[in-house]
Design a protein around this ligand. Structure first.
Ligand SMILES: *Cc1c(COP(=O)(O)O)cnc(C)c1O
Length: 444
């Protein structure tokens, strides 16, 4: 085998650890660093890091020896350091900050199951991770060893899935599903596979990045029994792409698991089109398809990681057309309050008339596309797919408007506000007819 084009690092303090231990994920888990004393042996900690590590009640700190070895100890702004070592900035609240910014708890029919979209669910199976990201969107539940999901809750999750046939895709996440005991993970996958309407299983994990030695052939042999199984990993910076991660991804890909990557846009870490271009190009070299770039959530402790949304658009502008199309992820804002993922990107549509559209390309070339003079669309009345559409009422959204299913989508309180003519009796006497109702005010 030719030598890997990617580096392999081990911090000097681990030089004497036998390879057999270093390459054992259980050794990596049990030797994680989490205190000022541990980390100060390796890095010269700054005052801000020291203050954070001495603060009680901080979101859990744990870093595998493998991942901590990727940090350049000379650089206080090292992009890997900033992802896993807390600073005093974490303690600063900001406008818009929330504990459960995506309203996941509101969308949970049973504990740990988030049913936000029509045909798929997010299943939270553990609160543990191999290392903890300082910007974690689920820091409200993740990291707390006392708050793991119970066997009884797992059975409730399965009950819900069994009786909800529209769910065809289950996304297993957490915490990190690859940190649970191998036998438990297999039990989970086999129980999901018993449900006939679940077509696809996905695993969201950062274990290949924090602890690539966990991806053993034993693990991939087990996973491939449960196909179609997809996996998303989480890499934010090119420095995380090592020979070990490349090997772990190779084992997963050979087991037939399609790999995607989700990054979070982080101030001072990867908020740069040039860093991102290198990142996505290195990802496709290890056969990982960039999937999403997330705008940083409005979560407690993550204020100092947030960038303007425009930075994400600038990054997509620098990728689309400039590099391989399959290396370009979708930039999304996970809308606060449970609005779900909203894709954003540069505009390529410049103008249009009834027969022509004006477009611009990545170079700034402005061009036109001549629309067809006559268009004979397919016939929905004879199309078996059109005849057989199924969705919960109200879930077709904007697509439902185009489909003719509904004529408009109204904001909350719209009918009440605009029915003053016919329903004056509903208004309190003496109240100005045109005064809009205040938030939380009830006309009844
Ligand atoms: C992100 C997410 C999904 C999956 O979304 P995709 O766009 O299909 O990857 C499903 N459920 C919830 C609650 C999510 O946050």
């Amino acid at each position: 085998m030719s030598p890997s084009p990617f580096p392999s690092r081990r911090a000097p303090m681990y030089a004497s650890v036998p390879d057999q231990q270093w390459n054992d994920w259980r050794w990596q888990l049990s030797h994680r660093l989490n205190s000022f004393e541990d980390l100060n042996k390796l890095l010269k900690l700054t005052e801000s890091e020291k203050k954070a590590l001495m603060t009680r009640g901080l979101f859990r700190v744990d870093i595998t020896p493998y991942f901590v070895s990727l940090i350049n100890p000379e650089d206080p702004n090292d992009p890997i350091r900033r992802q896993v070592i807390p600073t005093a900035d974490e303690i600063v609240p900001f406008t818009g900050m929330m504990e459960d910014s995506l309203a996941e708890d509101l969308h949970s029919p049973v504990p740990g199951l988030v049913h936000r979209y029509p045909d798929r669910v997010l299943m939270l199976v553990t609160t543990q991770c191999a290392s903890y990201c300082r910007y974690c969107t689920r820091s409200r539940i993740v990291g707390n060893p006392a708050a793991t999901f119970s066997k009884a809750e797992f059975e409730l999750q399965l009950d819900y899935l069994r009786k909800t046939p529209q769910i065809r895709d289950v996304l297993i996440s957490g915490g990190d599903p690859l940190t649970i005991a191998p036998r438990q993970l297999e039990e989970l996958l086999s129980r999901l596979r018993e449900i006939p309407h679940i077509e696809v299983i996905r695993i969201g994990t950062r274990v290949p990045v924090f602890m690539p030695m966990r991806v053993t052939t034993e693990l991939t042999d087990m996973l491939q029994k449960y196909h179609p199984l997809w996996m998303n990993i989480h890499v934010n910076h090119p420095n995380e792409i090592t020979a070990e991660l490349a090997e772990a991804c190779d084992r997963l890909t050979r087991a037939g698991i399609p790999l995607g990557n989700q990054s979070v846009l982080l101030a001072g870490i990867n908020d740069c089109p040039h860093i991102f271009r290198k990142l996505v190009q290195d990802l496709v070299r290890i056969r990982v398809r960039p999937y999403y770039i997330y705008q940083c959530d409005l979560v407690e402790g993550a204020g100092h990681f947030r960038t303007p949304v425009a930075k994400g658009i600038e990054i997509i502008e620098a990728l689309r057309g400039h590099t391989s199309g399959f290396a370009v992820p979708t930039f999304v804002v996970d809308a606060p309050g449970g609005g779900g993922k909203i894709p954003l990107g540069p505009n390529y549509l410049v103008s249009m008339s009834d027969h022509k559209i004006v477009l611009r390309n990545y170079e700034g070339l402005i061009t036109t596309y001549e629309e067809p003079e006559s268009y004979k669309p397919h016939d929905p009345k004879t199309c078996p797919y059109c005849q057989n559409k199924q969705a919960e009422p109200g879930q077709n959204g904007v697509q439902g408007l185009l489909d003719g299913e509904s004529m408009m989508i109204k904001p909350e309180g719209f009918d009440r506000l605009h029915s003053r003519g016919g329903e004056q009796h509903r208004l309190r006497s003496g109240q100005d007819k045109w005064k809009p109702l205040g938030i939380g005010e009830d006309p009844d």
